[in-house]
Ligand binder design. Structure first.
Ligand SMILES: CC(=O)N[C@H]1[C@@H](OP(=O)(O)OP(=O)(O)OC[C@H]2O[C@@H](n3ccc(=O)[nH]c3=O)[C@H](O)[C@@H]2O)O[C@H](CO)[C@H](O)[C@@H]1O
Ligand SMILES: [Mn+2]
Length: 351
C-alpha cells in the first residue's frame, strides 16, 4: 500500500511519539529502582548484600507503605561528637538515627541475626541476666539465634524467648587459663560459622557474656563489618592505646598508627565478613603462639590489628559497650550494653 504524501508526516510523528513515550516509561522505572536501592546500598562488597538488595526491591515494588517521620536536617544535628569516621563509616550515637525509620528498612527483609556468647567455667552465672536483658532490648522483633558455648551445658538457665528467637547450647572444652578461653573464641566462631551459622543467619554479633543490655540496641547496628569503640580509651591519643607493641607479634601496631581502640567484647557484621575476621585473628594468634608470644590483650589485640587494615563499615559508639564501674560521661546519653563488675579472682580459674 502506498501512503499519500499528506499522511506520511503524521505516521512519522506517531512513530517518534511512541518511542519517546516508551523511553520515558523505561527511564522512570529504572530511576525509581535505583533510588530505592540506595536505602541499604551501604557495602557493595559482600555477597549477602545482593540478596538483601534483591529482597528490598521486591518489598518496595510490592508494598510501598507510607511512613511518617521527622524531616532529616542537613544543618542541625549532634555537634558534641563525631558521627562519621574519616573513611566515611557512620559512628552510631544516640540522636544520629531514627530507630523507627531504620527498622522500617531492615524488618521487612526477614533477617536472622546470630549471637554467639561464651560461658565457660564460672561465667555461666552471667548467662541469665545476659539473655533476659537481651530479650528486652537486643534486636527486638528480629529472628534471633543465640549460640551459647559452654563446658557446663546443664547449668545453662532456661530463658523465655520471644517468638522467632531460638537458643542452641554447644558444648566446648573448658580451660585453666582465662587468656586461652578468651582467645579460643575466634577459633570456635570460625568453625561454628563453617558448620552451622553460615546456613542459618544473615548477620552475626559475638558478645562478652559478663554484660547486660540496658536500652535499645537495634538494626541501626547492622552493617558489613561492625566494631565498637572501647569505653576506656576514646578520649586518648593513639600512642596511649593498649595495642600490642612488640614487632615480633602479628598483632603489632606502631605508635604512629591506629584509628580507635576497639573493644573485644563485640564484633559484628555479615556472617562471611566476621568469618574472615575470625579466621585471620585465629591464624595470627596461632602463629604468635608458635613463637611463644601472647599479644597484650589476646584476641582483642589481634582484632585491633585486623580492623586497622580492614576498616569497619560501621562503628558503634561506647554507648554499645560501657562498663558498670565507669561513671557516665556527658556525650554518652544512653548506655545500651555494659560489662558488669566482677571479682576477677573469684570468677576466673587463674589470675
Ligand atoms: C569490655 C571488653 O572489651 N572486654 C575484653 C577484655 O576483658 P574482660 O575482662 O571483659 O574479659 P572477660 O573476662 O570478660 O573474658 C572475655 C569473655 O570470655 C569468656 N570467658 C572468659 C573467661 C572464663 O573463665 N570464661 C569465659 O566464658 C566470656 O564470654 C567473657 O565475657 O579483654 C579480653 C581480652 O582477653 C576480651 O577481649 C574482652 O572481650
Ligand atoms: Mn568481659
Amino acid at each position: 500500500m502506498r501512503l499519500s504524501s499528506n499522511v506520511k508526516p503524521y505516521v512519522l510523528l506517531l512513530i517518534v511519539g511512541t518511542f519517546l513515550l516508551l523511553g520515558y516509561v523505561y527511564f522512570n522505572f529504572f530511576s525509581e529502582r535505583l533510588n530505592r536501592d540506595i536505602l541499604i546500598d551501604e557495602d557493595q562488597k559482600s555477597t549477602s548484600l545482593s540478596r538483601l538488595v534483591f529482597r528490598s526491591r521486591i518489598r518496595n515494588m510490592v508494598s510501598p507503605e507510607k511512613l511518617l517521620y521527622k524531616q532529616p536536617s542537613v544543618l542541625v544535628g549532634r555537634t558534641d561528637v563525631v558521627s562519621v569516621t574519616p573513611w566515611l563509616a557512620p559512628i552510631i550515637w544516640e540522636g544520629t538515627f531514627d530507630p523507627v525509620l531504620v527498622d522500617n528498612i531492615y524488618k521487612p527483609m526477614n533477617l536472622t541475626i546470630a549471637t554467639t556468647v561464651f560461658a565457660i567455667g564460672k561465667y555461666v552465672r552471667f548467662l541469665q541476666d545476659f539473655l533476659d536483658t537481651a530479650e528486652k532490648h537486643f534486636m527486638v522483633g528480629f529472628n534471633m539465634r543465640y549460640y551459647v558455648f559452654t563446658d557446663r551445658p546443664h547449668d545453662v538457665p532456661s530463658v523465655n524467648l520471644s517468638q522467632g528467637r531460638h537458643l542452641s547450647v554447644i558444648q566446648v572444652p573448658g580451660s585453666n587459663r582465662w587468656q586461652e578461653i578468651s582467645a579460643q573464641r575466634m577459633e570456635i566462631i570460625q568453625t561454628t560459622i563453617e558448620r552451622q551459622i553460615r546456613g542459618e543467619a544473615d548477620y552475626i554479633f559475638c558478645l562478652d557474656v559478663d554484660s547486660k543490655f540496658h536500652a535499645h540496641w537495634g538494626s541501626e547496628s547492622l552493617g558489613r563489618l561492625v566494631a565498637v569503640i572501647h569505653p576506656g580509651y576514646y578520649e586518648q591519643t593513639r600512642d596511649r592505646f593498649p595495642y600490642e607493641r612488640r614487632p615480633a607479634s602479628t598483632a603489632y601496631i606502631p605508635m604512629d598508627e591506629g584509628d580507635y581502640y576497639y573493644g573485644g567484647a563485640m564484633i559484628g557484621g555479615f556472617v562471611e565478613d566476621v568469618y574472615t575476621l575470625a579466621k585471620v585473628c585465629r591464624t595470627q594468634f596461632e602463629e604468635d603462639a608458635g613463637n611463644s608470644i601472647e599479644a597484650a590483650w589476646q584476641e582483642e589485640s589481634h582484632l585491633n590489628r585486623y580492623l586497622l587494615y580492614n576498616k569497619p563499615s560501621k562503628v558503634l559508639s561506647p554507648e554499645y559497650l560501657w562498663q558498670d564501674f565507669k561513671a557516665k560521661t556527658k556525650e554518652v546519653k544512653v548506655i545500651r550494653f555494659s560489662g558488669v563488675i566482677k571479682n576477677y579472682a573469684e570468677v576466673r580459674s587463674n589470675v
